[in-house]
Design a protein around this ligand. Structure first.
Ligand SMILES: Nc1ncnc2c1ncn2[C@@H]1O[C@H](COP(=O)(O)OP(=O)(O)OP(=O)(O)O)[C@@H](O)[C@H]1O
Length: 679
């Protein structure tokens, strides 16, 4: 029984429904130690037979037996294994991988063995030394002569220590001297106990082997035993085998990426620009939100919820603001969102009514979860202020609460008992437009008319010390302390119910939920409170900023579609320019998965490089822009956050995987024979 046997092999090609019989019943047996030449005319079916022996062709009838076991041609995996473990190929046109050095060309075959790193290196170097190429190991194939290339191919074929070497016209492209050298090497390989099967139409080449088989018109016609085969004991298998590790595919992909860097650099740059733009817009969105937050929180306390009564229809007619307004027939000069809430609707008759909050309602607010404090806030419109005989102006008077930011006090402090803070623009500047600061510490009189709790008209006329001068961007703030207010209520028997209460949350994180909750609170089945807070305002503004950010980032992301198309084109170009390489790798025993991984990982590397560059540029541009914008806004307006980076890398990953999908699939599905035949 031979080491390798062919039994009744038939093979036909079809052009449409027309059948062309190429092999018409081949029976042949080979022994280890033989160098068999299959001699025949061009078109006689020699290469077809070699592809069947080498496990590249699956569409034939008959069987191939190796070492007593019949090859299962229907099972791709066992064919991959057969090529990986048993067969080594030498081609007429060398078929070296052009972007790998000759050392790497040999190593790629060793990567599917279980040898350790050092052993693989030593074997590759030894094999290259055996074919006289020690000096050339770091050269690329295009830097070698034809004879040298064929010797690299021989070293590669021998690398994984296969039992069978298939050589398809191994000397077809060589001159006489190189032909002689290659034939000597092939003879030595057979003499070492392997089986060498060579296809040739050269009688001279055939004569240098141990046996010649003639293939004519699909039949074996006659056999000539040139000399006896080498008689050596079957050498022990040098190594075990494994599937190609994923890392090797990544490394090979990286080498190819480097090799074609000029073109790939453009693709990477294009994709990086798209990713950079997405990231910058997201960073700008973050920055704007942060800036708005900061600005609003500078003006108002973020823990505060301002609560008033819900509708004018439910008002009581006893508030001081309404009394004053009724008497004097004027609207109050109101400032700030909270104060605006305090003013109820003006009726058609021109009277203003303001709703007040009862003690029971205030108690209900105090009971809510996450409430730290509840302060009464009194607002009185049309209050007249005088310094001596000099009238400073008429303005609303309010009580100082936690909602007033101390940063609004330009000079002085917040008011204590019998003290007042006055607004710079409406009052202090009347005192002196230049030396308005000098009003600080002066005593001024405060006068207004209102109805007391018995409905009687009273005039409040008090002298207070100016403790501070305010300048708030939200509007004019002239305020007394709650202690002063309470003493007036006592002295003049004024109503003690406030028109506004200031609810302070235990933590700014609760402000928004507390605002919503208070707005929904019911007394006697009716919603009674109207609640506003800076947090809910900020949330609304943030919603708009988010919307704008997403739209801008999405527009930028459109450019990524172009990037994806560019990567697809590159990958398709890569597949077609590497078709032969795909055939070689399959012949070496790489599986479809290995080939798919090769292209997918190259595309992923393009995506990854783009994301890294895009992120780097985004950070650099953000830094530069922030330097410029800081001068205007005193804030870093572009803030790239970790989740933006994650999103960008995610996008790059999706794009590159998507772009690689079709080309990698095409590459993996290539028939190894067609791939090897590619020009
Ligand atoms: N994929 C194919 N489809 C159709 N016909 C094919 C195909 N491959 C080979 N043939 C035909 O099969 C026959 C045998 O081809 P094969 O390549 O095996 O011959 P060969 O003996 O190796 O020739 P050469 O010495 O010129 O390389 C030829 O007539 C060829 O035209």
């Amino acid at each position: 029984m031979g080491y390798l046997e062919l039994h009744d092999i038939h093979k036909s090609y079809y052009l449409g429904s027309e059948e062309f019989k190429v092999l018409k019943g081949i029976d042949l047996s080979f022994e280890l130690g033989e160098f068999v030449s299959i001699l025949g005319e061009s078109g006689g079916g020699k290469s077809t037979l070699m592809n069947i022996i080498g496990g590249l062709d699956r569409n034939f009838t008959g069987s191939v037996t190796v070492n007593g076991e019949t090859l299962n041609h229907r099972d791709t995996q066992s064919l991959d294994r057969y090529r990986r473990e048993t067969v080594g190929y030498i081609y007429q046109s060398y078929n070296l991988i052009s972007h790998l050095t000759i050392y790497e060309n040999v190593l790629i075959s060793l990567e599917m063995t279980t040898m350790d790193r050092q052993a693989k290196h030593d074997r590759a170097m030894q094999l290259l030394a055996d074919v006289g190429l020690t000096e050339q190991v770091h050269k690329y194939p295009n830097q070698l002569s034809g004879g040298q290339k064929q010797r690299v191919a021989i070293a590669r074929a021998l690398a994984s220590d296969p039992k069978v070497i298939i050589a398809d016209e191994p000397t077809g492209a060589l001159d006489e001297q190189n032909t002689e050298e290659v034939l000597q090497i092939l003879n030595k390989i057979a003499a070492d106990g392997r089986l060498v099967i060579a296809v040739t139409h050269s009688q001279a080449v055939a004569d240098s082997g141990t046996r010649i088989v003639h293939l004519v018109d699909g039949h074996l016609t006659d056999e000539v035993q040139v000399r006896p085969k080498a008689n050596v004991a079957q050498p022990e298998q040098l190594t075990g085998f494994r599937k190609l590790p994923a890392m090797v595919a990544y490394k090979t992909a990286f080498k190819h990426l480097k090799h074609t860097m000029n073109w790939n650099a453009l693709i990477i740059a294009g994709t990086a620009i798209g990713l950079f733009a997405v990231m910058l817009f997201l960073g700008l969105g973050n920055g704007l939100k942060g800036y708005i937050n900061e600005q609003v929180n500078k003006m108002v306390n973020p823990q505060i919820v301002t609560v008033t009564r819900k509708t004018a229809g439910q008002t009581t007619k006893n508030s001081r603001a309404s009394a004053a307004a009724n008497q004097q027939g004027g609207g109050a000069a109101m400032g700030g969102g909270a104060a605006a809430q305090a003013q109820a609707a003006q009726s058609a008759t021109g009277t203003t009514t303001t709703a007040t909050l009862t003690d029971a309602q205030i108690a209900k607010l105090k009971k809510q979860a996450h409430v730290q404090s509840v302060e009464k806030n009194y607002n009185t419109s049309d209050v007249t202020y005088k310094y001596g005989n000099k009238k400073l102006g008429t303005a609303k008077l309010t009580t100082w609460t936690s909602n007033n930011h101390t940063s609004t006090i330009k000079v002085g402090t917040q008011p204590g008992k019998n003290q007042i803070v006055v607004d710079k623009k409406t009052l202090a500047k009347t005192y002196s437009s230049k030396n308005w600061r000098k009003l600080l510490g002066k005593k001024i009189t405060v006068k207004f008319t209102t109805k007391n709790k018995n409905g009687k008209q009273v005039t409040v006329n008090k002298t207070l010390t100016v403790a501070g001068i305010t300048d708030a961007t939200t509007g004019s703030v002239t305020a007394i302390s709650n202690a002063t207010e309470q003493s007036w209520i006592k002295q003049y028997h004024l109503k003690s119910q406030p028109d506004t209460v200031i609810v302070k949350a235990t933590n700014r994180n609760y402000t928004k939920s507390l605002t919503t909750k208070i707005g929904k609170l019911k007394v006697n089945g009716k919603k009674v409170f109207s609640a506003t807070s800076a947090s809910s305002m900020i949330a609304t503004v943030n919603q708009y900023v988010n919307l704008a950010t997403v739209i801008l980032a999405a527009i930028a992301a459109i450019s990524l579609v172009v990037s994806a198309l560019m990567i697809i084109v590159t990958m398709f170009m890569s597949v077609s320019s590497r078709t032969k390489e795909i055939g070689v790798l399959r012949a070496l025993g790489e599986s479809k998965t290995d080939i798919r991984r090769l292209f997918t990982s190259e595309s992923l590397m393009i995506g990854l490089a783009s994301a890294i560059i895009g992120t780097g540029v985004a950070y650099a541009v953000a830094y530069g822009l922030n330097q410029v914008l800081y001068a205007i806004a005193s804030y870093n307006l572009i803030q790239i956050e970790p989740q933006n980076i994650i999103l960008t890398f995610g996008l790059a990953l999706v794009i590159s995987l998507f772009a690689a999908w079709l080309p990698a699939r095409k590459a993996a599905r290539l028939n190894p024979i067609d791939a090897l035949a590619a020009e």
